[in-house]
Design a protein. Structure first.
Length: 383
């Protein structure tokens, strides 16, 4: 057993209830009959603090301002995403049991259990980091940990132009969509930047408007002066107390919202969101997973059918409630298209109004329709 393991066990046996300070660690080291210099002792204290109160070997990765995702597949198989795709991290764990121990401790910090009876967890840690973990035997030989790290500083629309996520003319169209209070969804794959873009666009909302955010995990952090947040809650160990996104959307509609925002539409809440978009709550928006903007109606149809809504009613609500779909390309995290929603044969379809070509959003078939909607909303359509 290593010195780190022996000191950790000694501190736990002594009834450790908080992250140890330097003096307590130094005492535990001396009791082990080991003498350490100041630098070595500080390293040991830092490691123990990370293991007992932080994220263990993952702590330096989470503190990196460029890292958005940390993925643990095994003791020597840790990956990170800095916005340029996945890359292997130069950190690791002593063994598979160390990963399981970390996952269980993180789950316990937010009052969740992670054991054979409940082998997976999806929760938000106190610092806003979103945790998902699965332990053996469901995950094979080692626990799997996925961490989504919220950005401490959001992007402005000018920032997105500067990093190449959208060109200046495309940014002008996005601003017009928000100012005209069009209802829109941002589509794309996991990690494509949907939440980042949505938070950026919410910053363009009139500061006099009341924005109601409904999320599973508080990831949206728009710099807007009147933002109210509602967050869902899973059932407790006894299986009671669950509050779903659908419950929260209904509550949001009673809180005098100017705009209702659903961080991610992925369940029965689609029914209430589409209903809200058809009851005078202009400018509603959210994100949805889809391979392309043209696939969004089918995705919403599947969610609506699972919630018990008839197919024709789903498409009627989509056509009447959603004006535009903004799609992000996962590989580049750039806006690849803006579509408008049309009714065709009783069903909702989408038509491209702006498409990406050589890094620029250029006009397409539905541009006249988008222009009419923007102007009808009182905003100025880009030339």
């Amino acid at each position: 057993m290593t010195l780190l393991d022996r000191v950790r066990r000694r501190l736990v046996d002594e009834g450790l209830t908080a992250v140890p300070d330097s003096a307590r660690v130094a005492t535990a080291v001396r009791e082990e009959g080991v003498l350490l210099g100041d630098e070595a002792l500080l390293d040991l204290v830092r490691t123990l603090r990370n293991e007992l109160g932080g994220l263990g070997p993952l702590q330096p990765l989470v503190l990196d301002p460029e890292v958005t995702d940390v993925l643990v597949n095994g003791p020597d198989d840790v990956w990170i995403d800095r916005g340029r795709g996945l890359e292997r991290a130069e950190v690791g764990f002593a063994d598979a049991e160390s990963i399981t121990r970390l996952a269980q401790r993180l789950a316990s910090l937010v009052g969740r259990r992670l054991d054979e009876a409940s082998p997976y967890v999806d929760a938000r840690l106190g610092d806003g980091v979103r945790l998902h973990a699965v332990i053996p035997p469901i995950s094979g030989d080692a626990a799997l940990i996925s961490l989504r790290i919220p950005r401490q500083r959001g992007f402005s629309l000018d920032d997105l132009v500067a990093v190449g996520a959208v060109d200046a003319r495309g940014a002008a169209w996005l601003r017009a969509v928000v100012e005209a209070r069009l209802a829109f969804l941002i589509s794309g794959g996991t990690g494509s930047g949907k939440t980042t873009l949505l938070a950026t666009l919410l910053e363009l909302v009139d500061p006099r408007h009341r924005v109601l955010l409904v999320e599973d995990s508080a990831e949206l952090r728009p710099r807007h002066p009147h933002t109210v947040r509602l967050e869902s809650r899973p059932a407790n160990i006894e299986g009671v107390g669950q509050i779903t996104l659908r419950d929260l959307v209904r509550q949001a509609l009673r809180m005098r919202p100017d705009r209702v925002v659903v961080g991610e539409v992925r369940g029965a809440e689609v029914v209430d969101l589409l209903s809200a978009m058809n009851t005078g709550h202009e400018g509603g928006c959210g994100t949805v997973h889809a391979n392309s903007p043209g696939d969004v109606p089918a995705r919403l149809e599947a969610l609506g059918l699972a919630a018990g809504l008839p197919r024709d009613a789903i498409h009627a609500l989509i056509c009447a409630g959603i004006d535009a779909i903004i799609h992000l390309q996962r590989e580049s995290r750039c806006i690849s298209a803006v579509h408008v929603v049309r009714r065709s044969g009783g069903f909702a379809t989408t038509v491209p109004a702006l498409v990406s070509r050589d890094g620029r959003l250029v006009a397409a078939e539905g541009i006249d329709e988008l222009t009419r909607m923007v102007r009808a909303g009182g905003a100025e359509a880009p030339a």
